[in-house]
Ligand binder design. Structure first.
Ligand code: CO
Length: 134
């Protein structure tokens, strides 16, 4: 069902500092910083030859990553994103197998403008999984 790894998302307390690490220390191609108020995060995308890294910094009062950063003060891997061809079909198959979809169970438009869903980390080896229709 799942296809390519679309990105690994890393939550960070200071996105400028994190961008500098990826750009200057690791020599990666780092995008500009983009505020995404609808998602409660500020993002930076890092293009690697085979996938992307998404840096996330909390934005606003009810950021969905605020709690994660309270537990992981210096940042950490927040989720992995796998590509699927048909997100509704993938969701239905997963729910049938007992997996829990977060939120109201319907896809939302993600940070890349494509439909996404998040799956409960307790059902996937302790890792928050994002599915993106590509
Ligand atoms: Co993501």
């Amino acid at each position: 069902m799942i296809g390519r790894l679309n990105h690994v998302a890393i939550a960070v307390p200071d996105i400028a500092a994190a961008s500098a690490i990826y750009r200057d220390t690791l020599g990666a191609q780092v995008s500009e910083t983009v505020a995404q108020p609808d998602h409660g995060v500020t993002t930076v995308f890092i293009e690697l030859p085979n996938t992307k890294i998404e840096l996330l910094e909390p934005l606003g009062e009810n950021s969905p990553i605020a709690g994660f950063l309270e537990k992981n003060l210096t940042g950490g891997i927040h989720h992995v994103c796998y590509e699927v061809a048909d997100i509704m079909n993938a969701r239905d198959q997963l729910v049938e197998k007992g997996a829990r979809v977060l939120g109201d169970g319907n896809p939302k438009t993600g940070a890349h403008g494509k439909p996404v869903l998040f799956l409960h980390p307790k059902d996937f080896c302790g890792t928050l999984v994002e599915l993106e229709q590509c």
